[in-house]
Ligand binder design. Sequence first.
Ligand code: UDP
Ligand code: MG
Length: 312
Amino acid sequence: MPEISVIIPVFNEEKNIGPLCSKIKAALTPLKRSYEIIFVDDGSGDNSLKILKDIASGERAVRIISFTRNYGQTAALAAGFEHAQGDILVTMDADLQQDPADIPRLLQKMEQGYDIVSGWRKDRKDAFLTRRMPSQIANWLISKITAVNLHDYGCTLKVYKKKAIEHIYLHGEMHRFLPALASWNGIDIAEVPVKHHRRKYGKSSYGLSRTFRVILDLITVKFLLSFSTRPIQLFGGWGLLSLFFSVVSGTAVILMKLLRNKDMTGNPLLYLTVLLVVVGIQFIMIGLLGEVMARIYHESRKHPTYIVKEII
Ligand code: UDP
Ligand code: MG
């Protein structure tokens, strides 16, 4: 069994795969630890798969997972995690923007007692307006909202201990939130600056719209981290607040009628009262539905709502 599994999603990267493979070998061989390289071909339309097969036929450490169509980078990573044999998982991009020569430093950092070590593209070589600026805003938001403080959540060059992430299922485009989701289980995360290069071959699969998707995902992550096991406390709280203000506004309507003889049906506060009652009840109902769903979710997966470190 290899000790280290390097997982690389590939989508139309035909010119990058060959050089990448040699660079990984050059970086990992001196470590004298066994490793495998898992390429996940995410339905590439170019020659990537053929080139991968050629490499794998001469290279025992190389394995290929090939998708039937393009499912996206997150799905490709999830498939890699699922099939990895090593206890240490390394993820990186296939586009040569990251440098395999950084992997040994990340592994060294891990040996100081961390479960996840994340790369930090300190000197990032991407366009400012469409890439670096949106990503700076997103990074700031993510670090405010999740309890994990990293400079660069988007960097896919990361090293994980398998046990730190094996309980986590990846949906949508959640791979950038893996450290945040894993932090829920109380794991230790470190960050190490890594090199970053301009993309030489092929083109990026993403544009500016990704920023908005990331922000929407962030809302989901925040909910999962804070309230997934007790949704009634979030929605029920808002519901009670709304009902409280409906009482305030309803009382005002009645007092205005009694003291000032103001017509109730002509009083806009009456409509506010009705709205707040309806919204309040809705929130409480959503909270209850959430509770039922959370139970179905956790119980069907036989997934405890905690992880035991050791029993003494
Ligand atoms: N990728 C993938 N499926 C996709 C899009 C991208 O597997 O649908 C891979 C791609 O081949 C690369 C990595 O994900 O290895 C990052 O993609 P890209 O370089 O386009 O993103 P960027 O670096 O511009 O954020
Ligand atoms: Mg890239």
